[in-house]
Design a protein around this ligand. Structure first.
Ligand SMILES: Nc1ncnc2c1ncn2[C@@H]1O[C@H](COP(=O)(O)OP(=O)(O)O)[C@@H](O)[C@H]1O
Ligand SMILES: [Mg+2]
Length: 495
């Protein structure tokens, strides 16, 4: 009596469950493209063909192709062991992508493949046939005339593979009217946008892959606007993890006034500016997640200019908890701290660029965690830097001071601000630009200036300086020149 029994899974039920793994049209097509890229295709042609319930989607690549044995193995559920080491450029993992992606869209998956001119092989899973036989019965030819005709339209030249998806019951449902057709076209457009994002690093460069949808070549969407001069690239950091390296390169995108409206609108991406902030996780250069703070921070408006490229290799799949759909990733505990540190720096940089042209910075409770040192104000056409008086260290310190000491500190800060190189420069530039009759050469408005000057006079006086000594000491400061008369007046007033 054997002490075990073999229980084979029920074919139809298994496949039915796999249909609900959670792919959508975009992620399913992307997973099929992964296989083409892994097979070193240089050209991938996607076709969305509308013909009511006879519509189909095909993905045709000129990659390595498969032998008959390879093809049979490729169609097997779990064709590879997820624990096996993959080649460096392999975008696959679970040996399930092709099948689960296909079944989440359609009921019939046919694959034609070959690697020698003139010799191709066909295998087909048809859910209706599996239902009838209730067995893992793989069809070894085109399932009917339509299939055969569609496949003939996609001739394999040297080598390559055609993946044909028919009976698109999850994509197209009756009635097959004009509205359904319009919906279909909208879906095609969303797939195009998704591909231009997910594969943007394959779509450019010297060995770029060409991907077409219905004859239109897909252009890459560069989340980092690397071609814009105003984009800031912060220092790249690398971490050793196991025997692989994780590379993190933060980018701060330009303030919208520094790029054209077209560029700004395109940079918004599929989900909008806010959603696309944070880390972009790439596995072997293929984008998995297009903007996340890994639950460390919330996505908020002033941080939307921070987009951080994070590269991992497929050896780290289990450390990063890569899922079957390749749509999620979680940093391993060992490097969470480093990742968070980089995020903070990038977020602060985004914050500064975001408010570049703002009037005085609004004190925003949602971002109180950011202790930026300089406030940027923009007045009379001149950018001017002020010390952020709400910096937590400064605030803590000020509370320990007497009111006299507070005035002294303010006077000193005003001098620091007046003599900050960037402000002196702004002043010089502003003076040139405002030469035509505008008497207010200062970046500060008069009320601010009066208060600062009062504090400065006060601070000098209580430190024992006489009025002519004060003027003498200040005279050689460029920024003092426009205030000289105001100084004299205020000194007389407060004498
Ligand atoms: N377009 C293709 N060209 C060549 N081989 C392919 C292609 N698509 C799939 N394959 C083969 O089928 C196997 C199974 O694919 P898939 O189910 O997507 O799982 P995975 O990509 O995780 O290995 C791949 O590992 C590959 O060997
Ligand atoms: Mg795959």
């Amino acid at each position: 009596m054997p002490n075990h029994e073999s229980v084979t899974p029920d074919a139809y039920s298994v496949i039915q469950s796999l249909r609900s793994v959670g792919y959508n049209l975009q992620s399913a097509i992307a997973d099929i493209i992964d296989n083409s890229i892994t097979a070193r295709a240089s050209e991938i042609k996607i076709r969305f063909h509308w013909n009511m319930d006879n519509s189909y989607i095909s993905i045709h690549d000129n990659g390595n192709g498969m032998s008959e044995n390879d093809l049979r193995q490729a169609m097997r559920m779990g064709s590879k062991n997820p624990l096996d080491r993959r080649e460096k450029n392999d975008l696959g993992r679970f040996g399930m992508g092709l099948k689960t992606a296909a079944f989440s869209l359609c009921k019939r998956l046919t694959v034609k493949s070959g690697y020698k001119h003139d010799e191709t092989f066909i295998r087909c899973w048809d859910l209706d046939y599996i239902k009838d036989t209730n067995d893992w019965t793989l069809i070894t030819h085109a399932a009917d005339n339509d299939s055969s005709l569609f496949l003939q339209q996609h001739e394999i030249k040297e080598s390559g593979t055609v993946v044909l998806l028919e009976k698109l019951d999850r994509i197209i449902t009756s009635p097959f009217n004009q509205k359904a057709y319009t919906e279909f076209l909208k879906k095609v457009e969303s797939v195009e946008k998704h591909i231009s994002m997910i594969f943007h690093r394959f779509l450019s460069g010297p060995q770029a892959v060409k991907i077409y949808i219905n004859e239109n070549e897909i252009k890459p969407w560069d989340p980092f606007l690397t071609n814009e001069v105003a984009t800031q690239e912060l220092a790249t950091e690398q971490f050793k993890f196991g025997n692989t390296t994780i590379t993190i390169s933060p980018y701060i995108l330009p303030h919208h006034s520094k790029i054209t409206k077209g560029t700004f609108d395109r940079a918004e991406g599929l989900k909008g500016w806010n959603a696309h902030q944070g880390f972009y996780v790439y596995r072997n250069k293929r984008l998995l997640v297009a903007g996340t703070w890994f639950n460390m921070f919330k996505k908020e408006e002033p941080f939307k200019l921070a987009r951080i490229m994070l590269d991992i290799s497929s050896d780290l799949d289990f450390d990063w908890k890569i899922d079957i759909k390749k749509a999620a990733a979680v940093p391993p505990q060992e490097i969470v701290h480093e990742v968070e540190k980089i995020a903070k720096i990038a977020r602060e940089a985004s914050y500064r660029v975001y408010y570049h042209r703002g009037a005085k910075l609004a004190v925003d409770n949602t971002v109180s965690s950011v202790d930026y040192v300089w406030e940027q104000i923009y007045k009379h056409g001149i950018l001017y830097h002020k010390v952020n008086r709400n910096h937590s260290l400064l605030l803590n310190f000020i509370t320990t001071l007497s009111s006299e000491q507070k005035r002294m500190l303010n006077a000193y800060l005003a001098i620091v601000e007046e003599n900050t190189p960037s402000n002196l420069l702004s002043y010089a530039v502003g003076k040139q630009e405002n030469n035509e009759g505008n008497s207010n050469n200062s970046a500060l408005d008069t009320e601010d200036a009066v208060n600062h000057i009062r504090d400065i006079i006060y601070a000098f006086r209580i430190s024992g300086y006489k009025d002519d000594e004060i003027v003498n000491r200040l005279k050689h400061m460029k920024s003092f020149i426009p205030y000289e008369r105001l100084f004299q007046r205020l000194m007389e007033e407060t004498n």
